[in-house]
Design a protein around this ligand. Structure first.
Ligand code: ADP
Ligand code: MG
Length: 372
């Protein structure tokens, strides 16, 4: 278990992390998700011991490791850039962390090292562990190759192998898939999730890609401008986003955000079925996900602007009678009317998100209360 307690990091006078507290339990797959520059890498580097907090503590399995170096913590880090040694083979790259720890400088020398008494059993043990890790990652057939002769996905596997070989208690991965093409990213994300399950170790996975975080994680920590905006299961984030910013960041299709003023008793002028409890004439932002806005025989009256046909589904660009543009989602086999034609969009009140317009914080809707 790794914990950050009230971690603040400033570079000179510039604050980058503000009072960040989070705990990654044993065996969990936790993602840190947020836009570029929000402080994800800084958070991970502080966990690894590659950077120090200005204030706050870092605990590893209960022990305070705030001042411990990276090599004193049994954590492994995998970077986006792979950081492989180009002159070494796959086998040597994977075995390197063990060779550095277990062999003396003399024993590591290619020629003489082998002749030294005592180095042979150590080398054999390192080779065996390297083979085991290579087999786990499907790299057995390329152990003699140099990194230049590998594809992006294979290089990434070697980088993971090098982290795996020491059997660290925690894996820290910083956007490890962002150099890969879209199809390979999707494949590698299930490989990494399977690897995490097999090793049973905690993974902390940094990404700006909400789909990656949602697909792989038990828990997602959403970070915005150096603060934790929300931490929860992928489902929590999607169903009950704590802020408007989280709602806009999470979800495959961008959420529709509509500004409006509630009437007496929290009545919503747009959706008669919705009542927001405890909000008298408040200025709010309504969040409607496209997938919860479906062309149907009854609902919000709108006009069709255009459609984007995606195969399995169709993105519907429409305009409300008041003029606001909305995205809705229809099945792939939906037959759209002509542009400019009227259509109605069905809304389930319990799927509507309501945020305070000024602070962006989530407000409780009556429909949600009834469901709880
Ligand atoms: P992310 O990984 O989410 O993209 P980072 O943690 O890399 O974000 O950076 C967060 C912010 O801290 C950025 O504005 C970045 O410019 C700044 N920053 C990171 N490292 C340093 C540093 N060594 N010196 C000064 N500013 C830094
Ligand atoms: Mg980063």
């Amino acid at each position: 278990m790794i914990e950050l307690e009230g971690v603040t990091r400033r570079f000179g006078a510039t604050p980058v992390l503000h009072d960040v507290s989070l705990a990654v339990p044993e065996g969990s797959f936790t993602s840190i998700l947020g836009p570029s520059g929000c402080g994800k890498s800084t958070t991970l580097r502080i966990m690894a011991g590659l950077d120090r907090p200005t204030e706050g503590r870092v605990r590893l399995n209960g022990a305070d490791v705030t001042e411990a170096t990276a090599s004193e913590r049994n954590v492994a880090m995998v970077f986006q850039s792979y950081a492989l040694y180009p002159h070494m083979t796959v086998a040597e790259n994977i075995a390197l962390p063990l060779a550095m720890r277990q062999l003396s400088r003399l024993e590591r020398l290619a020629g003489i090292g082998r002749l030294l008494p005592g180095s042979r059993p150590k080398r054999a043990a390192i080779q065996a562990r390297m083979q085991e890790v290579a087999a786990m990652l499907g790299l057995e057939d390329m152990l003699g190759r140099k990194p230049a002769a590998l594809s992006g996905g294979q290089k990434q596997r070697v980088a993971v192998g090098r982290a795996l070989v020491r059997d660290p208690s925690i894996f820290l991965l910083d956007e490890p898939l962002s150099n890969l093409d879209a199809r390979l990213r999707v494949q590698m994300r299930s490989e990494l999730a399977a690897l995490q399950a097999r090793t049973g170790r905690a993974f902390v996975y940094v990404t700006h890609d909400q789909a990656e975080a949602m697909a792989m994680s038990d828990r997602v920590v959403v970070m915005m401008a150096g603060r934790i905006a929300q931490a929860g299961t992928p489902r929590d984030l999607y169903d009950r986003p704590a802020t408007r910013e989280v709602a806009a960041f999470v979800g495959a299709h961008p959420i529709n955000l509509l500004e409006m003023r509630l009437g007496p008793h929290g009545a919503c002028p747009l959706l008669p079925d919705l009542r927001v409890s405890g909000a008298e004439s408040a200025q709010v932002t309504l969040g409607l996900r496209p997938e919860h806005l479906v062309p149907a025989s009854a609902g919000l009256p709108a006009r069709l602007d255009r459609v984007e046909y995606l195969g399995a589904e169709t993105v519907v660009h429409a305009r409300l009678d008041g003029g606001a543009a909305l995205r809705a989602l229809a099945p792939g086999d939906w037959a759209p009317p002509a542009p400019g034609a009227a259509l109605t969009l069905a809304v389930e009140p319990e799927r509507v998100h309501v945020f305070d317009a000024a602070s962006g914080a989530r407000m409780t809707a009556a429909a949600e209360r009834a469901a709880a």
